[in-house]
Design a protein around this ligand. Structure first.
Ligand code: HGY
Ligand code: MN
Ligand code: MN
Length: 402
């Protein structure tokens, strides 16, 4: 199962994945998901927002236990972020069927679309729409770097953009959502545990900084006569690192676009995207406000205009305590009774975080020996992945079987 998925959307040059929403690679991932569902006789449903649900039992019966994750990636992402959760969900279902359990609830494996927001800039579009955390109007306005809007991209992929929107009836039929994910950090490597349970997700967001200056000739324009937007941008990148360090937060300018982007031209526009996260919302607000204030000072000093737009934001998520502790109890009494199950905070966003306002959600993390993620170097050991499948199977058995 894992090997079949590995080849999809992998870039030969970087070895990373380029599985962006509503592209060919996304369609191939969706076809893989549908094939896995068919191979197990699971009823495949595609919801109004394009999320795929593979059902065991009658979804109408209600009280469902749902597991799954996402298959899309960041540019040149790794093989595990998202796919490990989906593959492990099918594998855990196989494990339950092998155990001969009796299901007392419907069970589903889900693939949420566009979790990374790599193409349109907003994280978790599929789960946000279903949870009613993204308005249809705002979704229709999402536009990629080539100027293609989300509706046009969905149509090109054969989906009807006019059906998108909140799906409270669907979520009302879900009693618990459990997402398994590769850890994006080293807490489990440091604690020596193969599996952990999520405690909370830091608040996090994405802000676009547009520095507008004056295009000019790089060779003939005196330095004093320039309104070069690259300079306040550069000073802002350094200010972001300083503010984050002082506040114990994180801040990253990982994406930039320059117009006209010519070696011998002073730019007219420098666009930089800030990703910032902190353990608490007040800290995050203070860090981003400080960065923006300093950016304005730098822009003014260079005679450059600055516009800052918040493109994505996810408030702090505290996972459902009862479900979290139920998972720890279930995992703790599993085959490896000594299997300790640490509770981890994370700075990474997930669909489980988006859904936590609508249904009780929990997350399982699988050890990542280097902690590296959003990189082709992302890796998890097979034994740890198998421990994750067993843990997920134990959790699902405890929640959906007798
Ligand atoms: O950016 C994140 O936290 C997640 O990978 N979407
Ligand atoms: Mn990710
Ligand atoms: Mn992910």
């Amino acid at each position: 199962m894992w090997r079949e998925l590995l080849a999809i959307g992998r870039h030969a040059g970087s070895g990373g994945y380029r599985r962006f929403a509503w592209t060919g690679a996304d369609a191939d991932c969706r076809a893989w998901f549908a094939a896995q569902a068919a191979a197990r006789g699971l009823a495949l449903e595609v919801d109004r927002n394009g999320n795929q649900w593979a059902w065991l039992g009658d979804p109408e019966a209600g009280g469902a236990v749902v597991t799954g994750s996402h298959l899309d990636s960041v540019p040149d992402g790794g093989a595990f972020d998202g796919p490990l959760g989906v593959v492990s969900s099918f594998a855990a279902l196989d494990e339950l069927l092998a155990r001969g359990v009796t299901f007392t609830r419907p069970l589903a494996v889900v693939n949420f679309g566009d979790e990374e927001g790599a193409r349109f800039g907003l994280a978790c579009v599929g789960s946000r729409l279903t949870a009613g955390k993204l308005t249809v109007e705002d979704a229709h306005r999402l536009t990629d770097a080539a100027g293609t809007t989300l509706p046009r991209a969905m149509e090109a992929a054969g989906y009807d953009p006019d059906t998108i929107g909140p799906d409270p009836e669907r979520l009302a039929r879900v009693d618990a959502f459990v997402e398994l994910h590769v850890e994006q950090g080293r807490a489990l490597d440091l604690s020596g545990d193969p599996v952990g349970v999520a405690g909370a997700i830091w608040p996090h967001g994405r802000w676009r900084f547009d520095f507008r200056g004056e295009a000019n000739h790089a060779g003939t324009t005196r330095l004093v006569d320039r309104h070069d937007p690259m300079l306040p941008y550069a000073e802002t990148v350094l200010a972001a690192r300083r503010e984050a360090r002082l506040a114990g937060a994180v801040a990253t300018f990982g994406k930039i676009s320059v117009e006209p982007n010519g070696v011998n031209a002073v730019p007219s526009l420098v666009r930089g995207w800030l990703d910032s996260r902190a353990e608490g919302g007040a800290t995050l607000d203070a860090v981003v406000t400080a960065i923006e204030d300093e950016a304005r000072t730098y822009a003014t000093a260079h005679g450059v205009d600055l516009e800052v737009v918040r493109e994505s934001f996810t408030p702090v998520v505290e996972f459902d305590h009862a479900l979290r502790d139920e998972l720890r109890r279930l995992l703790g009494t599993g085959r490896d009774a000594e299997l300790r199950v640490p509770v981890l905070g994370t700075g990474a966003g997930h669909d489980a975080g988006i859904l936590s306002g609508s249904v009780p959600t929990a997350m399982l993390f699988v050890r990542n020996p280097t902690g590296v993620s959003h990189s082709p170097a992302e890796h998890a050991a097979e034994d740890d992945c198998l421990a994750g499948v067993t843990a997920l199977a134990d959790a699902l058995e405890g929640l959906a079987c007798k």
